[in-house]
Design a protein around this ligand. Sequence first.
Ligand SMILES: NC(=O)c1ccc[n+]([C@@H]2O[C@H](COP(=O)([O-])OP(=O)(O)OC[C@H]3O[C@@H](n4cnc5c(N)ncnc54)[C@H](OP(=O)(O)O)[C@@H]3O)[C@@H](O)[C@H]2O)c1
Length: 338
Amino acid sequence: MKAAVLVKNSSANDSFEIREIEKPKAEEGQVLIKVEAFGLNFADIMARQGIYQDCPPLPAVIGYDVVGEVVEIGLGVDNVQVGDRVTAMTRFGAYAEYAITDYRACAKITEAYPIGKATALTTQYCTAYYCLEEMLNLYPGDKVLIHAAAGGVGTALVQLAKHKGCEIFGTAGSAEKLEYLRELGVDHPINYRSSDFEQEVRKLAGDGGLDAVFDPVGGDSVKKGLRLLGSGGRIVLFGASSMTGTNVFGKISAGLGFGFYHPAEFMMASKSMIGVNMLRIADNRPMVLKRCLEKVVQLVEDGVLDPTEAKVFPIEELAEAHEFLEGRKSIGKVSVKW
Ligand SMILES: NC(=O)c1ccc[n+]([C@@H]2O[C@H](COP(=O)([O-])OP(=O)(O)OC[C@H]3O[C@@H](n4cnc5c(N)ncnc54)[C@H](OP(=O)(O)O)[C@@H]3O)[C@@H](O)[C@H]2O)c1
């Protein structure tokens, strides 16, 4: 089978080669999927740049989401059948014509469901669901700050927080993205490039502070987020995009920017910091991933969640797809079709 193999850590144009590799086989508890399309995640950009610790050694087939048809199932698989169209989270291996995954990372979807929405449901929507629903309890009127709110995970967080009746503060980096956030129902869209988001949120939120912050940016945005939390507030850390596209000094500065904390500070202030890595959850708590994916699919069927398709690129334009996501041009989910 063909796969887009990551052969070196370089520019989008130079990093991938289409190679023939061995087609995997479904073992016990596994599902083999003929890939119609795979989704891009920001972690793929970090893997390509060589700054993603979980990435397998090169040459490697990366990628976390696929949509396609089940062509083989192993013993013990009871939630999908051969012939089903599914969305699935893979543990790498998605940039290929066939991908293998655990049955607990698969969910059946309809034939008509668009590619660019289907690929968003696994990594991005399950991460958002896990962060917002499983890690926190939110209530109507809670004040919630969502960073990179126009992105894949960001869009999902906004839709989930809206469903809870929260007051949403969302940051994004362009006028076009701010307009999108308004359409999505974000109460306070903030362009973090033209104003300091901490000052803006403080002005708008008043003295009580925020109930929750969702931060995939890292660096000093974490310190600012912590300062914005009121008593009982929680910050969920799930990414470090500020470490990308910068030299070694920028990376060190972003790393130090997270800050150093003593546990007693959290107790005294009654604030919490929560870390989320969906790979660890998929590896070590597969039933939790299964539960999140089932809930996400149900919420899509109920009309509560509706991913935004940024763009579906043909496989020949994989480099352009990477540049689109890396260059902060995408709104919603980026996918690549075989
Ligand atoms: N922990 C987990 O398990 C997990 C799972 C999925 C995703 N994530 C993290 O969640 C974040 C969002 O992922 P996604 O796949 O949905 O991507 P995305 O949000 O669709 O795209 C990335 C966005 O991040 C913003 N950004 C901020 N700083 C950036 C920088 N230095 N370089 C490039 N973009 C930057 C940009 O939006 P603006 O123009 O608005 O700044 C950009 O459009 C990423 O940090 C990712 O690593 C974590």
